[in-house]
Each structure stands twice: as C-alpha cells, then as structure tokens.
Write a protein of this length. Sequence first.
Length: 229
Amino acid sequence: MDINGRVMGILVPLSPGASAETAGVEWYDSGIGFAIPMSDVLKVIPRLNTGKDLYPGLLGITLTGQGDLSTDMKLDRVRYGSPAQEAGVKAGDTLTQLDGNAVAMHSQVKQVLMNKYAGDAVSLVVKREGAAEPLSFKATMVEKLVPFESGFLGILPQRTAINQVEAGVGIRFIFSKSAAEEAGLKSGDRILEFNQQKVSDPGALALLVNHLRPEETAELLISRDQKQQ
C-alpha cells in the first residue's frame, strides 16, 4: 500500500520454474518476492468472484534452443493432445506471433503466455516449410496436459565403437511381440533411417522414437545382408 492506504499491488513468493503449491517459499525467507501490479489483479477479480479457481494456462509447445534469450523460434515438440496440437500446430513450425505480438525470443513467448489462464484463448502465427504463406491458429489454454507416453520400438542397439564408420544403428536384440518383431526386423539389421531421417547413433534413434506415441507408425530404412530395404 502507499502512504494513503491505497492498494498498489500484491507481493507473493513465487518460483518461475516450478508449479507446486509451495514453490518459492524458500525465496520468501530470503527476502525475494514478486510484485503483482494492482491493475493485473483487477482484471481477474470478476472471474474470481464467480467462485472458480484460476490456473496457469498450458499450450503444449516446446521451442528449440535453451534460455530466455534464445532466438531459435522453431517448435521442437508439440505435445500430443495439447491445445496447440488440436489447433493444428506441428513440430518444425517456426513461431512468429502470439496474440498479435511479434515474438523473436523465448522471453517474449513467456511474457505473452504467463498472463494466460486455463480457458483463455491464444492466437498463433507460424511459418511452415512448404507453405507459401504464414499459417494462423487459435487454441484454448488448459490446466493440465495429457501425460506423454512415448512409443516403444522393441530393440536393443549394438554397442557403438569409438572408431565406428559404418552408417546407422545395428540391432543386437529384438523384444518378443514388439513393433520391431511384427515389422520383420532381425538381429544384425542396421537401421539407416527413421521416418526419412538419417540415424547416426543409438541416442539419435531413441530421440526419434520418443517423438512418437503408441499406435503411431514409422517408416524405417534398414540394411540387411549389405542390401537396403
């Protein structure tokens, strides 16, 4: 409050990187807090008066690159069943606008989304490879995202030697009744490509597999008996 007793804002202990109910309490004891301007509080009072709790809105996107100052605006992942996916946004799209605001840094994306609650709508504009014009989408933020369950190929890769020059990832074991067994893969095969993306090592293969959910299909290029198929 100011010296005249007028409420200017609310001080709260918050942790920007956590969402638990007690997140940030340790910061409060250290004298660290965050100020919410009264103008922001007044915007949500009518909604709070309805008796409903407000929760931070989640969109379900992950940007490539790390850090708030990163300028890589390509979407690394779009969570399955998320508002972004249901709106039509895809991994690989490049985000250019949020709610009519141009975004060129990760911090700008956070600045727009942090003011959104579950149930709020947000508009997105992206550039997509192969599309002549930018694409526009509208999504409604949610309180919780569908838990992600990655696909399981069903193989154990061969151990990679430090000086290995052979392309792809070799298969040393195939789990019974797995997708790999049903597809006809065999021990000794080498996976060269996964969904038309070259595979250089087991880690790269695992990353590609983890982008898929159970029941989704993938196209593999393998080498068997020195022949590709």
